[in-house]
Ligand binder design. Structure first.
Ligand code: F6R
Length: 279
């Protein structure tokens, strides 16, 4: 047994670059879609937005165009959407998904589900209830793709989100609004609210893959993977799922004990660089 495992409560697959990690995840998705096609079954995918899955979607589009991967049997449910927002606004996740994936593949538009940022305030509760119901009616999510916020959020489940939470309206953390401000003209334009699948919605997925790239994500990846699970780091609640994998690049893995202090894992090659690091 690799002793580094004893620090990590979630399997972490490390790739040299985001492109390689994304190609690995795209292959898993493609194989899964094809296996379902052979059985004449639908394949239900949970999808994320943001900068992290962009290279994944580029690769899925490539697989569609160059390797004839069809999405005709695919049903999708997106994690979240800002509220309120015009579906056609540049920053809306509805628009993001059309531009970055759906416009380029052969998915049936009827099979696409994204929380609606245009719904009237008094209808939000019912909209969220219906979203949960549609996921259930589709047979549940087979494979959920996640990114992670610097504060540990998954979907827009900000710190404090409970393990039993379902699709609902949530107030965005200020840190999230700052992190996402680059998509808007300025911070005051970033919506204060969002509709998000809950932690329990996510945990009900049969399989979960969380992706993270870059050193800015390294501290939260360590917390989610190595520390005790806590509502303060929502991604750490994934420790309670039995088929979850983190796919990260080397920079995002750099704070893991196996990289930061490998002598603690008992799995250390005592190169001069390592000796210097310890002393
Ligand atoms: C987006 C989502 C969020 C993002 C997270 C990371 O649908 O669910 O949890 O995955 O905020 O965002 P990026 O990828 O932009 O760093």
């Amino acid at each position: 047994m690799d002793l580094s495992d004893s620090f990590e409560k979630i399997p972490v697959n490390v790739f040299s670059t985001p492109k390689q990690g994304s190609a690995f995840v795209a292959r898993q998705i493609a194989d899964f879609i094809i296996a379902k096609q052979k059985k004449k079954e639908k394949c239900v995918l949970g999808l994320a937005t943001g900068s992290t899955p962009k290279s994944l979607y580029t690769e899925l589009i490539r697989l569609h165009k160059e390797e004839k991967l069809s999405f005709k049997n695919v049903i999708t449910f997106n994690l979240d959407e800002y509220y309120p927002i015009d579906n056609k606004a540049l920053q809306s996740y509805n628009r993001f998904m059309q531009t970055n994936l759906f416009n380029h593949i052969d998915i049936n538009p009827k099979n696409i589900h994204i929380p609606n940022g245009e719904v009237a305030k008094e209808d939000i509760k019912e909209h969220c209830r219906q979203y949960e119901k549609m996921i259930k009616n589709a047979g549940g999510i087979d494979l959920q793709i996640l990114g992670i916020g610097n504060n540990g959020h998954i979907g827009f489940n900000e710190p404090g989100s409970g393990i039993y939470s379902k699709t609902r309206l949530i107030t965005l953390d200020n840190s999230t609004r700052i992190a996402n401000a680059y998509e808007f003209a300025n911070i005051s334009q970033v919506p204060r609210l969002a509709i998000t699948m809950g932690i329990s919605t996510i945990l009900q997925s049969k399989k979960i893959i969380l992706m993270a790239w870059g050193s800015a994500k390294a501290p939260v990846i360590k917390k989610a993977v190595e520390e005790d699970d806590s509502e303060q780091v929502p991604a750490s609640l994934l420790q309670n799922h039995d088929d979850v994998t983190f796919v990260v690049d080397e920079a995002a893995a750099s704070e893991l004990t196996r990289n930061k202090s490998p002598w603690l894992t008992g799995d250390c090659d005592w190169t001069p660089k390592m000796i210097k690091k310890l002393w």
